[in-house]
Design a protein around this ligand. Structure first.
Ligand SMILES: C[S@@+](CC[C@H](N)C(=O)[O-])C[C@H]1O[C@@H](n2cnc3c(N)ncnc32)[C@H](O)[C@@H]1O
Length: 240
């Protein structure tokens, strides 16, 4: 498998609006287990989100953009609740199939909406922080510029986009490790395609530099960190 360059021609099955709805639902529901194993949000929460939310000294609002099956925002909500932080969480995703899977995780302080970043922005919504998981590598070049610019315009505080790093070892380990969770889902095919579509840290930094928003240039101030073994975190401060 040649992972030297991003394979941007590959599309994931779940991005096809006509894919098998039962397998898609099973995939979205099983993301919880996969994300818990690979996505590293416990670390990002402790290092970047918790300190900001705690310092506010008031109830906060946090947005998960592209929330999919909803497990990442539900997990962040559980971590914050355990720490005694008062936070209203919103998971937003324009795909109604994702919303249907996520709604089972809704609680009094975790809500889900069928909406994309542009819609929330047009409504004048703002949040104390914006996060996303595994969204960036799905997007085309232009979609990436819009999505990241909109995420900055929606946040008065940190903007944290977590994603997979393209890596040969990650590819091999995922191919083997996903086997018990994969039956009846797109997890195997889409996970491997995701890794092939994903960025390396320097590529994502270049893609984000100079594209903070219309005329914003590199003042958007994105920093892309490698979180070993196989994670990237793009972070910046919002300007809502
Ligand atoms: C692979 S899924 C990731 C789901 C979830 N975050 C996870 O980690 O399992 C990417 C999601 O991003 C959503 N998305 C794409 N563009 C978006 C935008 N502009 N605003 C909000 N969500 C978007 C898609 O609908 C899709 O459900």
């Amino acid at each position: 498998m040649n992972l030297a360059v991003r394979d941007t021609a590959l599309r994931e099955i779940m991005d096809d609006p006509h894919c098998d709805p039962e397998r898609l639902d099973a995939t979205l529901r099983r993301f919880g287990a996969v994300n818990r194993l690979v996505s590293g949000w416990g670390h990002v929460y402790r290092r970047r989100l918790r300190p900001h939310l705690a310092a506010l000294g008031r109830p906060a609002r946090v947005l998960d953009l592209g929330s999919g099956g909803g497990d990442v925002v539900a997990r962040l909500a559980a971590l914050a609740h355990r720490d005694g932080l008062r936070v209203e969480w919103l998971g937003a995703d324009p795909d109604p199939r994702a919303l249907a899977a996520a709604e089972r995780l809704a609680t009094a302080n975790v809500r889900f909406r069928c909406a994309d970043s542009a819609t929330l922005l047009a409504e004048g919504e703002t949040f104390d922080a914006v996060v996303s998981n595994h969204v960036l590598h799905h997007l085309t070049h232009d979609e990436l510029q819009r999505f990241t610019a909109e995420s900055l315009a929606l946040s008065t505080g940190p903007v944290l986009h977590g994603d997979i790093a393209r890596d040969r070892v990650a590819y091999g380990l995922y191919a083997v490790g996903i086997t018990p969770l994969a039956p009846g889902t797109f997890l195997r095919t889409d996970g491997l395609r995701s890794i092939r579509r994903s960025y390396r840290a320097d590529e994502l930094q270049r893609a984000l530099d100079g594209h903070g928003g219309p005329g914003d240039g590199d003042r958007a101030g994105w920093h892309v960190e490698n979180h070993p073994p196989f994670r990237l975190l793009a972070h910046a401060t919002g300007h809502a």
